[in-house]
Design a protein around this ligand. Structure first.
Ligand code: ARG
Length: 463
């Protein structure tokens, strides 16, 4: 039987099922690198503070480095009866360098150790996701720029929707830039979260600090943290850094899920707005004609598990008294899962979006349907002093007339227009094309070409 590092006060062996239930090494071995970095910083500080002899520091440091090499090379056998990553590594250190290994845990507890390892991991994961989001938003900004000129040299027009009913024509570039905005906020959420979790819990001990003359500022600096945490209870008893990470993952995944839904819909035969690349779609084993948007569907579906990860940890944390509780061992899998899920979704989108082909003729035709320029007709009247509510009513009646006769607003005769309102003439027709409608919207943040060109430049400058 493997020797427990806390065996002293126990007379009876741990129940086998308890060992399995209690163990986290099957998943927290992902923290091995962080664990060894933390131990190296700790032992160096113990040496500098005169708590350990220089020779002991050298022995422990060399031992930890050789273990790190073994782990990287895949030559490390993890043992479930040693419970977690921390005790697996410390036990191996003892096998390798003898009883001096036991001095590593001076002035430290697994409680501050795991909090340190996990913060290091989560901070790095947050910054990695922020970089991926940055990459994806640069892809989307370039797509926005690309679609300012279609094959005919004109900006690509897209129907804009509310309630998934045709609303007003917009530029496809404007649609891309809407996602750029969301992705930019997502990126900054991760960077903000990383900044807030940038504090080292190492040296908080089990919960109350330590009587040893340690230097927490030195270990914080050695580990790349901005500073040590301020309160020892909070250091080992809080997991809101992980919750914040998961919340940021959830919001970003929600955005990607919305994008995915639009891509699924717009790539259908019925919409036909775009064709997704063969490299990122799949076929059917029975229906030869099929080209399924699996990546988009899975990205949409995986939002379920990422939200679940957030909900799982919120629920774990909510009833726990200060400070450390074993419940917190449940903090890791949701973070690993959300991180890996979002990272692959982002990479897939970075690769897929530039290869999607948009069909400008189809999107333009779709933007013309559904009386999408009726607002422009109302605005035409309102510009001549008719109160907007009245102008809206007149335009609505004309839409009704057109719907009942299956005609278009720009086909109405001089007489029909006059009947609806004396100030309405055929002159209005020029304002009812999708191009003129989109281009008229020159308010700041609007879809008018001049505004969108500026917005593209602005988005690129922010990269
Ligand atoms: N495996 C544990 C965790 O993930 C490490 C900390 C254990 N501390 C303790 N006092 N049992 O939370």
């Amino acid at each position: 039987m493997t020797k427990k590092l806390w065996g002293g006060r126990f007379q009876e062996a741990t129940d086998k099922l308890v060992e399995v239930f209690n163990a986290s090494v099957t998943f927290d071995q992902k923290l091995a690198e962080q664990d060894i970095r933390g131990s190296l910083a700790h032992v160096a500080m113990l040496g500098k503070q005169g708590i350990l002899e220089p020779e002991e520091v050298t022995q422990i440091t060399d031992g930890l480095n050789s273990i790190l090499e073994d782990i990287r090379a895949g030559n490390f056998e993890w043992s479930v009866s040693l419970e977690d990553v921390h005790m697996n590594i410390e036990s191996r250190l003892r096998e390798r360098i003898g009883p001096v290994a036991g001095k590593l845990h001076t002035a430290r507890s697994r409680n501050d150790q795991v909090a340190t390892d996990f913060r290091l991991f989560t901070k790095e994961a947050a910054l990695e996701l922020a970089d991926l989001l940055h990459g994806f938003r640069s892809v989307m900004a370039l797509e926005a720029e690309k679609h300012l000129t279609s094959d005919e040299g004109q900006p690509v027009i897209l129907p804009g929707y509310t309630h998934l009913q045709v609303a007003q024509p917009i530029l496809l570039s404007h649609w891309f830039l809407a996602y750029v905005e969301m992705l930019e906020r997502d990126e900054s959420r991760f960077r903000d979260a990383a900044r807030r979790m940038d504090e080292s819990p190492l040296g908080a001990g089990a919960l109350a600090g330590t009587p040893w003359p340690i230097d927490r500022f030195a270990t914080a600096e050695a580990l790349g943290f901005a500073r040590p945490t301020r309160n020892s209870l909070d250091s080992v008893g809080s997991r809101d850094f992980a919750l914040e990470f998961l919340a940021a993952c959830s919001i970003a995944t929600a955005h990607l899920s919305r994008l995915s839904e639009e891509l699924v819909l717009y790539s259908t035969f019925e919409f036909g707005f775009l064709t997704l690349p063969d490299s990122h779609t799949t076929g059917s084993s029975i229906m030869p004609q099929k080209k399924n948007p699996d990546v988009s569907e899975l990205a949409r579906g995986k939002a379920g598990r990422v939200f679940g990860d957030l909900m799982a940890l919120l629920t774990v944390v909510k009833g726990t008294p200060l400070a450390y509780n074993k419940d917190f061992q449940e903090d890791k899998e949701p973070v690993f899962d959300a991180f890996e899920t979002l990272a692959i979704i982002l990479q897939l989108h970075i690769d897929m979006m530039p290869k999607a082909k948009w069909h400008a003729k189809v999107t333009r035709r779709a933007a013309q349907r559904g009386y999408s320029t009726a607002t422009d007709l109302a605005d035409y009247l309102a510009r001549q002093g008719v109160p907007f509510r009245e102008a809206h009513e007149v335009a609505g009646e004309l839409v009704h007339l057109c719907v009942s006769q299956d005609r278009q607003l720009w086909d109405l005769t001089e007489e029909e227009l006059k009947n609806a309102h004396p100030l309405l003439t055929r002159d209005v027709a020029q304002y009812l094309t999708v191009e003129s409608s989109a281009n008229a919207r020159l308010s700041y943040g609007g879809t008018g070409v001049e505004r969108v060109k500026e917005a593209v430049q602005d988005a690129k400058e922010r990269l």
